[in-house]
Design a protein around this ligand. Sequence first.
Ligand SMILES: [Zn+2]
Length: 146
Amino acid sequence: MISDADLIDRFRGHMLSRDNAAHFRGRLDHQLLIDRCAECGVWHHPPAPACPACWSMSITPTAVSGTGTIHLVIFLHQHAPIPGFDDAMPYPVVTVELDEQPGLRFTGTMVGAANDDVVIGRRVRLDWIDRDGEPVPAFRLAEVAA
Ligand SMILES: [Zn+2]
């Protein structure tokens, strides 16, 4: 496991903390780790020191399946410069409701899809992209069953 200092160095554009360090370590292994309460089983994101349901401090960062449904879509027409970022505009940002729990949502970008196909209600799965050496979680449209 890499040191905290190295972790901070790998994710310079992010505000790392004791609460979210495990989440970012997971990204290095292409695992989307979401906090889950060891007492009551409720998931929550972003990372926080206590369970929002029962206030237990027994939180276990746990890998999710990465499948879910688009809950919200935004198209960025401009943004501040990001190293390694050369995607075309408008740039899709989606909030995905993860299958693990109603209301458990994770926000990222979409890859491999035309913007016209990025609509609320579409099924997606997690994928990973590399942005200037940083593993970034992203979503793809789930394959339609043949
Ligand atoms: Zn709990």
